[in-house]
Structure formats: structure tokens, C-alpha cells
Design a protein around this ligand. Sequence first.
Ligand code: URA
Length: 430
Amino acid sequence: MDPLRPVDLILAKRAGQEHAPAELTRFIDAYVAGEVPDYQVAAWLMAVCWRGMTDAETAALTQAMARSGDMLDLSGLPHTVDKHSTGGVGDKTTLVLAPLLAAMGGTVAKMSGRGLGHTGGTVDKLESIPGFRSSLSDEEFLAQARAVGVVVTGQSKDLAPADGLLYALRDATGTVESLPLIASSIMSKKLAGGANAIVLDVKVGAGAFMKTLEEARELARAMTAIGGHAGREVRAVLSDMSAPLGRTVGNAIEVEEAVRCLRGEGPDDLRELCLVLAGEVLAAAGLPHGRAELEDAIGSGRAYERFERWVAAQGGDPRALGALERAPDRWQLRAARGGVVSRLDALAVGRAVGVLGGGRSRKGEAIDMGVGAELHAKVGEPVSAGEPLATLYHRGGRGLEAAQRLLTEAYAVGDEGAVMPLVLERGIGA
Ligand code: URA
């Protein structure tokens, strides 16, 4: 075989040519092995940003990235299902969806990310439950998946390491915003994660990575195409992320809301999104997926019971659910006038909770599980002058001034407020 000449790939991509799958595999393998310097990969990434990639190239890049580390073998488990969200504010769907899917016959054996920037991470939220262990051995992971049907851990370093390297380089070289690079980054981790049926929740709006419906639709199409190339059943849903999901943003406070949702107490938007995502992925897995059956799994308590078993299996104390630690100090934002909430900006609310200590701006930073925001009024809801719009839970005023400013900017009260539909499109890739 001819030696790999990275400059040839850079020149070819700069000229808008298509790479052969084998070339991409060699390039990624050589990069992970330390044989191609960052500056050449950075130049190639910039060429991809400008020239794009075909579906076949994107699929080959994704496979190469997925195979750069461990590929989880879930083949011994029945009906493996997974979900990915492109990230949002107040998005606690995994906490509700995972036990719901298990109650419907699926197996959720999932590695989940930690929060970064204004978006929260499932593993951080779970760690607000006393005793919960998010780091398990491979044997513990598989044994729990088999016994309980749900296991969620932090993402191992060995899962798609090429993505870790490429993502850091993209971050530092202005090459994050490229559709094939985003699609391959997300899907490499999903393919390595091993599930057969996957639902992707692509968020659209101010609080999301994809700001417009067209961008989100294109990303969803690219990711379902990658799944098809890899022989997985992948469906995508587009959902609104202009406002936070549910009425809570934070860590412990979001777990409490997920518990209420699993007990059939809403909130409506979170419940609706979970039912839609469950319907899509169960259909993809060939399992029962009708709305009435899903509602029964919640109404009968089966989903909540599965949640408790899951938490206990990972060392968490189910008796603590419903009374998790909340930061002791509070501040309320009140409506300056009467009217209808016309705007509630997800990004600003996410940032407000972040500055209180509930999020991290750098990888590895410690976070405060007890701080958060409770949103009493959402878009389209009437309020009177002086009524509380939202409560911030803070610890001794840490970050409070900035959070107050952000929360105040997040809300607008006017004469009317149009409610956006939550689920914008579904069934993409079916
Ligand atoms: N999330 C990822 O995992 N990768 C990207 O490139 C963007 C969002």
C-alpha cells in the first residue's frame, strides 16, 4: 500500500473531491496513532467545512471514528434501544425515557455525557441522587442491563477516542459548525454504544445547536443516513428548544421533575416528548409502541418501579427521590406587568443556572447539584403584575447577580404569547 500523504487528502478536499472510504479510515487511524499532526488534520477539517462531504464519505468517516476505540457488544441483550439528544436546557428526557422503554420490553444500556456550557448532562443529574454510581465495570454494566433493563454510565474514554481528539481540534480551529462533522461526531458515539435501534432528538431553537428547522432537518437526515449505512434502525424527531423543557433547570431539581413525570404528574411537554421518542424507538426496535400502551406503562406505575430498581442497582437510594438536596437560598423574579408570557429564552435560563454553579464552562469542573431554576410561568400563560415568574435556588448568593440579570432578560410579558408546537417533525428515517 502507498504511504498515506495527509497533504493529498487536504488538497483533494480543498478542490471539492470525494475521498474513498479506505482513505478516510487510514487517515483517522493514523491520526489516532499520532502519525498525523494536528495542523494537517485542522487544515483538512477546514476544507471539509467549506466543501462538505457526501453521504458515503460521512458514513465512512463515522465508521472509522466509531472503530477507533471499543465497540460495545450488546448483541447478547434483547431489543437494545438508545436515544440521543443534541442538547438542550431542562432536558431530562433520558431519566423518564430509559425506565419507560425498559418497562416496554427494551434494554437501555447507555453511556451518557456530562453537561457542558448551558446544557445539562444526564450523568450529572443522576449523581445528585445520594450513592448513585455512574462508573461501573464492563461486567457490572452488562449484568445490570440484563437484570434491570436499564443502566446508564458516564462515557468511557475508550468510546470513539477519535471523536474526542477531533472535537477538541474543531473547538480550537473554528470548525465545529459543519454538518458532516457534527453528524459523524454524534453518530460515531452512538454506533460504538452498540444499540440496534436509536432515536435522535434534534433540538431546534435559541437554546439548541441548530437554530433553524432547515438546519435541524438536514442534520437529522444526515444522521439517519449514517445509521442506515451501518445497519442500525435510526429514527429522528425534531423538537423545539426555544424554551426550556419542563419547569425545572438544574440537577437535583430536574431529577425531581422526572420522578413526577414517571408518576404521571406531568409536566405536559416533558411527558409528550417522552411518549413521542418512546413511540419512535420502540417502533424501530419492532416492539409494541402504541400511545395507549405507553400511557399504561406510566399510569400503572411500571415505569416508575423500573426507575427505582435502576437507581437502586447503581447504588442510589430510592427513598431520597422526592426530597433531594436543594440549595437553601432563593430569589424570585416577579412580573413587572400583567399579561401573557411571550418569551422564555432557553439559552438565558441555562446560563443563569450555570453561573449559580449548576453547570460547567470547562470539562472536569465541579458542579453544585442543589442550585437551579423553577419556572412558574411559561410561554402563553397569563400572569398578573407582581406574580412570581420563576424562582432561583442559590447558595449564599454565589453567581446570583449575573443569574438575576440573565433570568430577567429571559422573560418577556406582553399582550399575547404564541405557544410553539413542541414536536416539530417525527418519523425521519422511518
Ligand atoms: N455534539 C457532539 O457530540 N458533537 C458535535 O460535533 C456537536 C454536538
